[in-house]
Write a protein that binds this ligand. Structure first.
Ligand code: NAD
Length: 295
């Protein structure tokens, strides 16, 4: 069993970006600039955004954090997006989800200039992805693809079961794995909350991507020998012995599943780190693209 080590792969991806950045700047490119918009005080969202900002600093990108109170009006948020769209110094825009209920996420995402949509959530980027055209790909599935590439995992002809059909993880993941390209070419089954006999589906899978947000849902008896298991879940489990009052677990019962796997990604230390690396790569690519547009 080989652990898919997000720390190692993310580090390698970031090193590659750093090297590309040196060349880009030598050739007159400017420092890539990511704008992150955070609404409210949700603990997990705060942690994710802080980590994205910190990673930008570490890699040598500029970042701007724009914070709003929970009760910000939709119009004010939309106005901010318009301003960021028009600012030529901003290469990438991300709006941390979820947004409060009184704001329509769809409206906000759809307003982001697709060329600055480094989260890959805009319908234009999703459509391009589906058609196999160059696109910003949602950072988590993109990060998983980078992980498969790093470990040179052969996926062609394999049966992949993706559990979860969200727009940000499961659905784009199912598209990427089924595409005719390296680390794709799988036969994909996309499972969700209405799927019947999920266990039977999983037992047929050579690759399982667990992205449903249920702590330790995938158990040892649901996985066949030598399967490749990618755990996307990040679940907080109450734990009074920890300073924070919780610890993180994935959607996979690691101790039971890992011994059966050929490869498995842990939580923490797996896909989460890849998500940030992929976001940085998207931001760098947005900057390269932005420069071409300015020139
Ligand atoms: P979501 O709640 O939007 O979607 C969950 C999906 O799981 C739904 O499509 C639902 O149909 C499916 N589902 C729910 N219960 C099910 C069940 N019993 N059987 C089969 N399918 C079921 O969640 P999301 O935003 O896609 O996130 C999923 C998990 O991944 C969460 O734990 C989230 O925190 C985590 N996540 C991690 C990263 C990362 O960087 N590692 C990024 C995004 C999300």
């Amino acid at each position: 069993m080989q652990v898919l080590d997000g720390k190692t792969v993310a580090h390698a991806v970031k090193q590659e970006i750093k090297e590309k950045l040196i060349n880009f700047k030598k050739n007159g490119g400017k420092t890539p600039h990511l704008a992150a918009v955070l609404v409210g005080n949700d603990g997990a969202s705060e942690t994710y955004v802080a980590s994205k900002i910190k990673n930008c600093e570490e890699i040598g990108f500029k970042s701007t954090l724009i914070r709003f109170e929970e009760n910000v009006g939709e119009d004010e948020l939309l106005h901010t997006i318009t301003v960021l769209n028009e600012n030529v110094d901003i290469d990438g825009i991300l709006v941390q989800l979820p947004l409060p209920k009184h704001i329509k996420e769809e409206k906000v995402i759809n307003l982001i200039n697709p060329d600055k949509d480094v989260d890959g959530f805009h319908p234009s980027n999703v459509g391009r992805l589906v058609q196999g055209l160059p696109a910003f790909i949602a950072a988590t599935p993109y990060g998983i693809m980078l992980m498969l590439k790093h470990y040179q995992i052969e996926t062609t002809g394999k049966h992949a079961v993706v559990i979860g059909r969200s727009n940000i993880v499961g659905r784009p993941m199912s598209i990427l794995l089924s595409q005719n390209m390296p680390y794709g070419n799988c036969t994909v089954t996309l499972c969700h909350s209405k799927t019947k006999n999920l266990k039977a589906m999983c037992l047929q899978a050579d690759i399982i991507v667990a992205a449903l947000g249920k702590p330790e849902f995938l158990t040892g008896d649901m996985v066949k020998e030598n399967a490749i298991v990618i755990d996307v879940g990040i679940n907080r489990v109450k734990d009074d012995s920890k300073k924070k009052g919780y610890h993180l677990v994935g959607d996979v019962k690691y101790d039971e599943v890992a011994p059966k796997c050929s490869y498995i990604s842990p939580v923490p230390g797996g896909v989460g780190l890849m998500t940030i690396a992929a976001l940085l790569l998207n931001t760098f690519n947005a900057s390269v693209r932005n420069r071409k547009l300015i020139d």
